[in-house]
Design a protein around this ligand. Sequence first.
Ligand code: ARG
Ligand code: ZN
Length: 500
Amino acid sequence: MNNLTKARRIAAAAMALMTACAAGITSAQAAPQGDPAPQGEPARYGPGAPGSGDPYFPSAGNGGYDVLHYDLDLRYSPPSDPAVPAGKLTAEATITLRATQNLDALNFDLRGLAVTAVDVDGKDVNHGAGPSDWTQVQDDASRTWELTVGLRPKLKAGQKAAITIDYGGTTGRPEDTTGALYGWVTTADGAMVVSEPDGAPTWYPVNDDPEDKATYSFHITVPEGKTAVANGLPGGKPETKAGWTTWTWEARDPMASYLATASIGDFTLSYGKGPHGLPIINAVDRGVTGPALEKTNAALALQPQMIAFLSDLFGPYPFEAFGAIVDDDSVDYALETQTRPVYSEVADEDTVVHELGHQWFGNSVSPADWKDIWLNEGWATYIQWLWAEHQGKSTVAKQFTDTVADLDSKNLWGLNIADPGRDNLFAEQVYHRGAAALHALRAKIGDQAFFAGAKEWLDRYSNSSATTEDFENVMEEASGRQLDAFFNDWLREGDRPAMP
Ligand code: ARG
Ligand code: ZN
């Protein structure tokens, strides 16, 4: 499910490929990118682009197709020695997609795992046997991790195909470009799976572009006694055979690839209900005990109230379920994995409402490019302020003043949060200047236009993705004001903006 705003990116993706080739990488992609056919002739067939052209992650995502559904069959052995973080993953992914151009080959992103077989619509694609083969490029230096699948018969624009990929390997603890743990993070008792921004390829072959949302089915087979938790709702009871248990989860709401999870551990599951009967499923690691467990239980007990509070402000909760995965291991942060955020060691009230806020801002409406990240983190932080006020802990006005004072004292106005740079996606400015910008906007245009604009934004781009410019346009429409100078001052300029 793809809103197809990518034509502008083809050039960038081609550039990225040329760079990869210059770096000495050979790939089936080296053929020229589908030349446009002369007027009146049918379009030619060519390979899909190996990247979606995100300026920060040029080889993430791929061109030429739109994924409809991922069916992920994962078998995982957690580390045999808890002190050595190496697990074993053996998997089969079936990816149902629709071609958006005439294709003779297409790519998936897959990092650090070896493919053993590929078939297209049930037909084996022999490795190295001719035009309908597949190849893998794994180049850590250029961050190019591509699986290229040749297509014979070729796939015409608009046609669907189901591509099945068998793959696997030893799992470790992957890091993002800043050195933070992410992706399939092997833990002592299983795995914590948190893939923002480009970690999804560490565990499944994917079109790793937040603009290409899809539905997911997960079948996760783990040693009996372990619990596997993914997004969405259980697809039946876990089934145990010969010491292995298969957990099935179905995520029926369209989801960006970085928001998928399949976390495994010694979890205790509990089932509750939120407003209008919304299923809430929490998984808490049995290693979370004492004060961390008390804090976690208290925060998770507030989830129904938080959902009701945010639904009043922003419209109905956007998905089929909610809940939490609280691991006793840590990646040092929490992630808003769709319908079921993952927490490190403890889930505190502030973090729970932040990750819940992301279900509207970030998950239902996702960033079109990674540079639009402030739309996720600014809103989720602002939602923490709103909740703290609702709970009588502090006012939004005071949190705004304190935040501005903090940005002043740390001299943090220099960063353009509407294009913070690849390694500043999660810098504190993105969160705090972002939230302050939203509050300044509210002060400028008034509560009525601000909340009407927020609802319009969520309505117009739900299950989709959008840019900072799209957000500015919605807010200009909602308020009937020209806000270019305002947004430049609050998001982009290197100086402290004038206070509202
Ligand atoms: N979106 C997460 C949050 O604010 C943070 C993710 C950090 N990811 C990373 N790779 N450092 O809740
Ligand atoms: Zn966040």
